[in-house]
Design a protein around this ligand. Structure first.
Ligand code: CA
Ligand code: CA
Length: 277
């Protein structure tokens, strides 16, 4: 009984001298594919926003997923999943898990517009082991890593607010780049300005999982994708970490200690995700 009272007093102390904050990872979620159920030719959207997907050849793979559930496998030739029109988003975030069968030019696990050339945010392998992500008009080509490894799960997050884009790999910030001057050209071969490209890039007319730049076979993803999320708001670094560590939805409690120490206390009861096979 004494310990219970001590525990309660400790909680009261924490509560009084800190600001408990709840980050709701459902807040602003406009698409969420867990890929844990085989629904035939469609994918159910767990966000509640009704953005069900249409499967074009990708294979449901039970127990192959990042959390012991299922994932979809893409054959690297023609497989993709269409998530449809998600609209225009001035700020937002994309989160997904991927595992490549091989690391090759120029395979794309995700893009915000199917085979629309440069009119999308997309993520891209190269044969030298790099993995990049970005979109024209937002600051092109942030590098997640220069040594992508095949047959290993990675957690990829891309965030854009009104000033910067951010790239996180496995919970770590890998790049933070300012948006380019809206009146500048972002590429010598492209006539539009960064401002014009930003408008079309952020209009997600045909979100694609397993494809990016074009319908050339080497643009299709070869490997797995799991746990795809799209938000219409930026995520904080803590929320990215929460997505990296947790396997379920829900509230993530953290104490910001705004009235005292800047130390932050993470909840201790969440299992660490097993990253490697
Ligand atoms: Ca899954
Ligand atoms: Ca677009």
């Amino acid at each position: 009984m004494k310990k219970t009272i001590q525990g309660f007093l400790l909680f009261l102390l924490l509560f009084c001298f800190s600001t408990p904050a709840f980050a709701d990872l459902k807040d602003g979620l406009i698409l969420h594919y867990t890929f844990d159920a085989d629904d035939g030719s469609t994918v159910t959207d767990q966000s509640g926003k009704g953005h069900s997907g249409t499967i074009h050849g990708a294979a449901f793979s039970g127990q192959a997923g990042v959390n012991g559930g299922a994932a979809y496998h893409f054959n690297g030739v023609s497989d993709w999943i269409a998530a449809g029109n998600l609209g225009y988003h001035d700020t937002g975030a994309i989160s997904f898990w991927m595992k490549a069968d091989t690391v090759e030019n120029w395979r794309n696990p995700f893009s915000t517009d199917y085979a629309s050339w440069d009119d999308n945010i997309r993520f891209e392998e190269s044969s030298d082991g790099a993995f990049n992500g970005g979109g024209h008009g937002l600051g092109r080509g942030g590098a997640y890593t220069t040594s992508l490894t095949a047959d290993r799960w990675y957690h990829v997050v891309y965030i854009w607010d009104n000033q910067y884009v951010y790239g996180y790999l496995d919970g770590d910030l890998k790049f933070k780049n300012p948006h380019p001057d809206p009146n500048s050209k972002v590429h010598p071969d492209i006539t539009q300005t960064a401002g014009e490209l930003k408008q079309t890039t952020l209009n997600f007319t045909n979100v694609a999982i397993g494809n990016g730049y074009s319908t050339d076979a080497d643009r299709y993803w070869k490997g797995y994708v799991d746990e795809v999320r799209v938000y219409n708001r930026p995520l904080s670094a803590q929320e990215v970490l929460a997505l990296f560590h947790q396997t379920d939805d829900g509230l993530v409690l953290h104490f910001t200690f705004d009235h005292g120490s800047k130390r932050q206390v993470q909840p201790r009861n969440r299992p660490r995700r097993v990253l490697h096979q």
